[in-house]
Write a new protein. Structure first.
Length: 202
């Protein structure tokens, strides 16, 4: 147990202890993905007392077509940075590090949520059991198989999102792709991680 209270250095980031709060989808953002007073109150409560070494923020979508669920936080536009800065400021004031988690839900989103066409590595429907929205309310069209141009756009969206995370003051950023539905090119993955490493100095 004493190990939990020892510091840990990860590249250029040092944590005061080894307690990490995992990301949780809290669905408190507004309809445009902007942080709300409820979002800020949540992170203030979780970081209160400064007992946690690192908080991994909820997954934030890198583009509107990659939105996983209603109330999800956005990092898809420069106008999102201000609200994200407020989250970071609250957590940092409580002497806690905070990591951004950026993602694209791919075929795991639906037009009901994103208002856009679904994109995926293949034109195959996702099982409703794996969807993040209430399954009884879902429209399940066949997703569009991504073209080379689509893949390049997603890579670019992740890169821009990583830059916004840096501008917002997040300590590091991590890419979340739990469904492995959109990032299909190994080279693209390497480009993303190389970019994020350069941006965050990790």
């Amino acid at each position: 147990m004493s190990l939990l209270n020892t510091s840990l250095k990860i590249q250029n980031m040092e944590l005061k202890n080894r307690l990490v709060m995992p990301p949780m989808a809290i669905s408190k953002a507004d309809e445009n993905g902007k942080a709300t007073s409820k979002t800020l109150a949540y992170y203030a409560e979780k970081s209160a007392g400064g007992y946690i070494g690192l908080i991994i923020a909820e997954h934030s979508y890198v583009s509107p077509e990659g939105k996983a669920s209603k109330g999800q936080l956005s990092i898809s536009d420069d106008s999102d940075i201000r609200g994200l800065q407020e989250i970071v400021s609250i957590v940092h004031k409580n002497d806690t590090k905070i990591m951004a988690q950026i993602n694209h839900a791919g075929a795991a989103t639906t037009p009901d949520v994103s208002g856009r066409e679904q994109l995926s590595a293949s034109a195959i429907r996702m099982p409703k059991d794996s969807m993040t929205a209430p399954r009884e309310s879902l429209t399940m069209p066949l997703p569009k198989e991504m073209s080379v141009a689509d893949i390049k756009k997603v890579v670019d969206d992740f890169t821009k999102a990583a830059l916004r995370a840096k501008k917002a003051g997040f300590d590091p950023a991590v890419m979340a792709s739990p469904f492995i539905t959109t990032i299909v090119d190994a080279v693209s993955l390497l480009i993303y991680f190389a970019t994020a490493s350069i941006i965050f100095g990790l």
